[in-house]
Design a protein around this ligand. Sequence first.
Ligand code: KG4
Ligand code: ZN
Length: 353
Amino acid sequence: MGFRILAIETSCDETAAAVVVNRRVLSNVIASQEIHHRWGGIVPEFASRAHIERIWSIVARACEQAEMSIAEFDAVACTVQPGLVGSLLVGSNFAKGIAVARSIPCVPVHHLEGHLLSGYLAEPSLQLPAVVLVVSGGHTLLFLLETPTNYRLLGSTRDDAAGETFDKIATLLGLPYPGGPAIEELARHGAPTIPLPRPLLHNRSYEFSFSGLKTAVRRYLSEHPLQSHAERATLAASVQEAIVDVLVTKTIRAAEEFHAATIVVAGGVAANRRLQEQMRAHAHVRNIAVVIPDRQYVLDNAAMIGLVAHMKLELRGLEAYYAMDFTVDPTPLRFYRHGAAKHARYGTETFSL
Ligand code: KG4
Ligand code: ZN
């Protein structure tokens, strides 16, 4: 069963649109909002306005690159949770508008299910079960994908997300936003010799905590004011190593416990080469495959939203999505079980698309 889908993603500060046909991505257009950089963080009100200004041109470009017109789609898809309410409303109402004008259905999609299933964009025959690490500026989540449409949430962060930790520590080091790439670049010139804490590393749960690492770096800086480039590089490498160590250790432990065939790493932090290298090395000796999608599919994007919509349509058909009676939901960890939304409890419950 194949569908032609126009997908829209506006949950945070990326305005994105994609065309997905028969699970294949024909176009994937992403516009990041630079306006927030000067405020050192995302200003929700500005994000919504920027989405409104550019959404039509991004959608038009996605159609143009896919060589399709609005008249040719079978369905529209949009992110409805989680995210900034104003931003989600812009994308979802725009999607509903197109659906109404064309008398086609509109499929609501959970952003985190997009990241969870983004491994299929890199590897259509992904071997299951898979342990999926979603690491971005907003999320640090570990999932177990049991079947293509059923999953468990094994754990998430108690405080800061991994990307947020890179960003906050980069600020302490006087590096620009986003901090992850800046720390990675600086770390290439140093060795990870400073002992920094690895919070919850030996805790048997799959929860993460990174705020203690940030505090440790702040304390280190007050006791050892950094003089040279080499000292800064040593600290950057040590920070990167601490974060990577925690992410890799917990992911590998989960992969062993649940006999995973595959590990998928998604979200902006998946671009980190040290993380990729360490994850591959530890998985390789255990005979576990590692799938890390291209950068355009690990960052926030609409292709992953179109893919999830396609899978939902394969399950339920177009008829299920004409009602358009859904709303948006900012709550991060609310997933669906037998059609009802529930706050996720770690490990025990299986959720489905
Ligand atoms: O997925 P993403 O674009 O969206 C948000 O959650 O906003 O992720 C951005 C995050 C930022 O925190 C950034 O510092 C981090 O991903 N990041 C990296 C790298 N590239 C981006 N962190 C570590 N190493 C990188 N190379
Ligand atoms: Zn995301």
